[in-house]
Design a protein around this ligand. Structure first.
Ligand code: CMP
Length: 143
C-alpha cells in the first residue's frame, strides 16, 4: 500500500476543477485519506520546490503557487504514486495524452493544474511537509 501527495494548483482551483479531479481519483479506486484547501505561504512553497531553487523559473513558480489557494490531498492505494502520475499525464501538457488530467485541461508548463509526488521518498517528504500526522486518516472502505 502506498500514499502519494497530490496538489491541485491555483489554476485548477480557479477553474473549478477540484470536483472533477477528486472524482477521477475516486473512480480509479484510490482512497482519499487527507485533504485541505489552503493559501500557501512563501516558506512552504520554497521548501516544497527546493529541488528547483537554482532554476530560472523558481521565482515564477513560487509566486504562482502562493497567488491563490491550492487543494492539497493524500491518496492511498496499491502503486498510488505511479497510478496518480499516469492519470496526471506528463509535466509538460504539450506531451500529455488526452484522457490524462493535464492532457484534458492544460496547455502550459507553468499552469499544469496538478502536482503529484514522483517517488516514495518525495511522497513521504511532501506528506510530512503539508499535513500534520493526525490529519491523514487511516480507515477501511467497507462498502
Ligand atoms: P510540478 O510537477 O509542480 O513540479 C515543478 C513545476 O515547475 C512543474 O510542475 C511545472 O509546473 C513547473 N515548471 C517546470 N519547468 C518550468 C518552466 N520552464 N517554466 C515555468 N514553470 C516550470
Amino acid at each position: 500500500m502506498e500514499r502519494t501527495f497530490i496538489m491541485i494548483k491555483p489554476d485548477g482551483v480557479q477553474r473549478s476543477l477540484i470536483g472533477e479531479i477528486v472524482s477521477r481519483f475516486e473512480k480509479r479506486g484510490l482512497k482519499l485519506v487527507g485533504a485541505k484547501l489552503l493559501d500557501v505561504n512563501k516558506e512552504l512553497a520554497e521548501s516544497h520546490y527546493a529541488e528547483h531553487r537554482e532554476r530560472p523559473f523558481f521565482g515564477e513558480l513560487v509566486s504562482f503557487i502562493t497567488s491563490s489557494p491550492v487543494f492539497a490531498m493524500v491518496w492511498e492505494g496499491p502503486n498510488a504514486i505511479s497510478i496518480a502520475r499516469t492519470m496526471m499525464g506528463k509535466t509538460n501538457p504539450v506531451d500529455s495524452m488526452p484522457g490524462t488530467i493535464r492532457g484534458d485541461y492544460a496547455v502550459s508548463l507553468g499552469m499544469n493544474i496538478i502536482h503529484g509526488s514522483d517517488s516514495s521518498e518525495s511522497a513521504a517528504r511532501e506528506i510530512a511537509m503539508w499535513f500534520n500526522e493526525a490529519d491523514v486518516i487511516s480507515y477501511e472502505k467497507t462498502i
